[in-house]
Design a protein around this ligand. Structure first.
Ligand SMILES: [Ca+2]
Length: 189
């Protein structure tokens, strides 16, 4: 691992004069690759929004593989992949069509694993400001049974937000919280 990190650091130094790469749905630079490597090395921790936007191979984890993809994109060796933030818990999976939206843009949210019984007891998708209390949802939607895509308007202001899945309806509480996925509006870092 140490060898991989140092090889990548050398690659970053070589590439550091390159312009930021225009990715398919987000822009990356060599400093993003450096940030990932610092997280891998344990010298700093990524923010939730960085975790969402830096998972370039969409495997749910941030590793040197993601840093390498950024370097290849910046160097023009490959196209930037579509980042589709994914979170799973038990049978449930939530996938966003991208990590960053513009204000009021329609978010395509793929939800899978819910049964009719889950819906009957009030399973709900809800949007929050990042880190907000369970009671402070900005918007709620009923998820589909089985697998389906729901459309949710992105918040009307820039910032860092969370999409959460709850097993029961409002009032939401810790006991019914299943999982959360972070997204941004307006490219918030
Ligand atoms: Ca990854």
């Amino acid at each position: 691992m140490k060898k991989i990190v140092s090889s990548l650091l050398i690659a970053i130094m070589i590439l550091s004069s390159a312009l930021p790469a225009a990715a398919s749905n987000i822009t990356y630079s060599t400093s993003d690759a450096m940030t990932i490597l610092r997280d891998v090395a344990g010298t700093m921790s990524l923010t939730p929004q960085q975790r969402t936007r830096f998972d370039l191979n969409n495997d749910g984890d941030i590793t040197t593989a993601d840093a390498l993809i950024i370097l290849r994109v910046v160097a023009g060796l490959q196209e930037a992949p579509e980042v589709t933030p994914t979170v799973s818990e038990g049978d449930f999976t939530v996938i966003l069509n991208k990590p960053d939206y513009v204000r009021n843009e329609t978010m395509q949210v793929t939800v899978s694993g819910l049964t009719q019984r889950d819906i009957n007891i009030g399973a709900t998708i809800a949007v929050y400001n990042s880190g907000a209390a369970h009671k402070d949802s900005l918007m709620t939607r009923t998820p589909p049974v089985g697998e389906g895509v729901i459309e949710i308007p992105a918040p009307s202001r820039n910032g860092v937000f969370e999409l959460r899945l709850y097993s029961t309806g409002s009032p939401f509480r810790e006991e019914s919280f299943i999982m959360s996925i972070t997204f941004t509006v307006g490219g918030a870092r």
